[in-house]
Design a protein around this ligand. Structure first.
Ligand code: EPZ
Length: 423
C-alpha cells in the first residue's frame, strides 16, 4: 500500500492547472457507445476511475486508444456484448453510466448493480424509474440490472427525476443518453443542472441529438435515428480546482488555478470570500489569496448545482478548522459524508457532529498525524490539512485519492508543499 508523507507548515503559493473533469469525462465516455464512427475526446484526465471505464468500453466492443497527443479515441466496432461485469463495475460505481447508452442504442443491457461506498448507500431508483418510463423493462438478476427494450423501441414520455435530494446527476445522464434514441419527445423534469450534465448534453447535440433546455431543470429531447462520432473537449474539473483554492485558504497561501471555469465555481468562490479570502477571476483562471487576518467562520450547506457542491464539503471543512470562530457545515446530499471528521479530530480539529451537521470550532492550527484516506474527497481534505498542519502527516490508503486526482502530490509540490509518495 502507498502513503503520502506530508511535511506541514507550508503555504501553498503559485499557479496550478486544473485537469479535465472526472465527473464529466465518465458520462461523456459512456455516451460514445451511442455514436457511429469515431469520437475523439480531449482533456480526459488520467485517473484510475477513467481507466476502469475505458476497460469497460473495451469489454463492450469499443476500440479505445489514448493517442500521443493525449486525446482519447473511441470507436464502436462490435455491439454484441451488452454486459458490464461485476469485477470492473464493483471497482467504480459510476460505471453505471453505461446503462443509458446501452439501453438507448443496443436496446439491452446487463450491468452489475453498483456497490455502495463510504459516503452512502448510493441507490439508483431514479435511474430505473426514468429508464422504465421510456419503456425499458428492468429486472434484478443475481446482482445484475438487466434491461430489455420491446421491439417497438423506447418511447418518449414525461419523466420526473426529482428525488429527496433534489435531482440525480448520473440519473439524469442515464435517462438523457437513452432518450436521445427514444421515438417522439421526452421531457425530463427536475433534471440535474451540474456543469458535467451540460457538457454531456452539448456533446450529444454535436453528435446530432436534439436537446432543449440544456443547463435548466427541464430537458426536452426529440428522438433521432442515429448519432455520429465527433471531437469534444471535456470541461475542466471544478472540484479539483476548488480543492486547490481550499488549500490556499487553509495554508494562508496564494493560489491561481489555471485552465479552469470560474463560472462553475460561483458558490465556492462566495464561501471563500465570506471566509475573508481575496478572489480574482480571469476567463480561465481563478486566484484565491489569503488576507493578513485569520479566516472568518462561515455557515455552509451543500446543495445541488448551482449550490455549494457536496464534493467540496470535506476540503472546505478542513479550512474552517483553522478559521477564527464557529462554523456550521450541513450536508444535504449525502447525510453520512463525514469520513474526514474522525481523521481531522486526530489532527487536533474541534468538531461536533450532530446528524448531517458538523459544528466546527476553529483552532489556531492543526497538528500532523497518521490519518487514513476513505472517500475520494475526504482524502483530498486530509492532504491539504497536512500541508497546513504543524509537523508531519501520513495519509494512508491513498488509492482513493488517485481515483479523482492526477498526481496530487506533484501539483501541490509545485505550489510549495512538501509531499512524498512512499510505498
Ligand atoms: C455524482 O454522483 C458524482 N459522481 C458525485 O461525485 C457527486 O457527489 C454527486 O453526483 C452529487 O453531486 C459522478 O458524477 C461520477 P446523485 P451521483 O445521483 O450521480 C440520491 C466524486 O467525489 N439518489 O446526484 O451518483 C443519492 O443517494 C463523486 O467525484 C437517490 O436517492 O449522485 C444522493 O443522496 C462522489 N436515488 C443524491 O441523490 C438515485 O437513483 C445525489 O446523488 C440516485 C441518487
Amino acid at each position: 500500500m502507498e502513503k503520502l508523507v506530508i511535511e506541514g507548515g507550508k503555504r501553498l503559493q503559485g499557479r496550478v492547472a486544473a485537469g479535465g473533469s472526472k465527473n464529466a469525462a465518465l458520462p461523456v465516455l459512456a455516451a460514445c457507445l451511442l455514436a457511429e464512427g469515431t469520437t475523439v475526446l480531449r482533456n480526459v484526465p488520467r485517473l484510475s476511475d477513467v481507466e476502469i471505464l475505458l476497460a469497460i468500453l473495451r469489454e463492450l466492443g469499443c476500440r479505445v486508444e489514448r493517442r500521443a497527443d493525449d486525446a482519447v479515441e473511441i470507436e464502436v466496432l462490435d455491439e454484441s456484448n451488452c454486459t458490464a461485469g461485476y469485477d470492473l463495475v464493483s471497482k467504480m460505481r459510476a460505471s453505471v453510466c453505461v446503462l443509458g447508452p446501452l439501453i438507448g442504442r443496443r436496446r439491452r443491457a446487463r450491468v452489475s448493480m453498483p456497490g455502495g461506498c463510504v459516503i452512502g448507500v448510493r441507490p439508483i431508483d431514479l435511474h430505473e424509474k426514468g429508464l422504465s418510463a421510456l419503456g425499458a423493462r428492468m429486472t434484478l438478476e443475481r446482482g445484475y440490472l438487466v434491461a430489455e427494450v420491446p421491439a417497438a423501441g423506447l418511447q418518449g414520455t414525461e419523466i420526473f427525476l426529482g428525488g429527496a435530494f433534489g435531482s440525480s446527476v448520473t440519473g439524469t445522464t442515464n435517462v438523457l443518453t437513452a432518450a436521445v434514441y427514444a421515438a417522439g419527445t421526452t421531457v425530463i423534469e427536475s433534471a440535474a443542472c451540474e456543469p458535467e450534465v451540460v457538457d454531456l448534453a452539448e456533446m450529444l447535440v454535436k453528435m446530432g441529438a436534439k436537446i432543449d433546455g440544456i443547463g435548466s431543470p427541464r430537458l426536452t429531447i426529440q428522438g433521432v435515428r442515429t448519432l455520429k462520432g465527433v471531437e469534444h473537449s471535456v470541461i475542466p474539473d471544478r472540484i479539483e480546482a476548488g480543492t486547490y483554492l481550499a488549500g490556499a485558504a487553509i495554508t494562508r497561501g496564494d493560489v491561481t488555478v489555471t485552465d479552469c471555469r470560474p463560472d462553475h465555481l460561483r458558490a465556492a468562490s462566495q464561501i471563500l470570500r465570506e471566509m475573508g479570502m481575496i478572489l480574482e477571476a480571469g476567463k480561465t483562471t481563478l486566484r484565491a489569496h489569503h488576507p493578513e487576518t485569520p479566516l472568518k467562520p462561515v455557515d455552509l450547506t451543500t446543495l445541488v448545482y448551482p449550490g455549494f457542491p457536496t464534493d467540496l464539503q470535506a476540503q472546505f471543512m478542513a479550512a474552517l478548522c483553522v478559521a477564527d470562530g464557529i462554523s456550521v457545515v450541513t450536508e444535504k446530499i449525502y447525510p453520512d459524508r463525514f469520513m474526514h471528521v474522525p481523521e481531522l479530530l486526530r489532527m487536533g480539529a474541534e468538531l461536533r457532529k450532530t446528524g448531517s451537521t458538523v459544528v466546527v470550532h476553529g483552532v489556531p492550527h492543526l497538528v500532523g498525524a497518521p490519518v487514513r484516506a476513505s472517500d475520494l474527497r475526504a482524502s483530498a481534505a486530509l492532504v491539504i490539512a497536512g500541508c497546513a498542519a504543524w509537523g508531519e502527516t501520513e495519509v494512508h490508503e491513498i488509492h482513493h485519492i488517485d481515483r479523482g486526482y492526477d498526481r496530487i502530490e506533484a501539483k501541490l509540490n509545485g505550489l510549495g508543499a512538501g509531499i512524498r509518495r512512499v510505498k
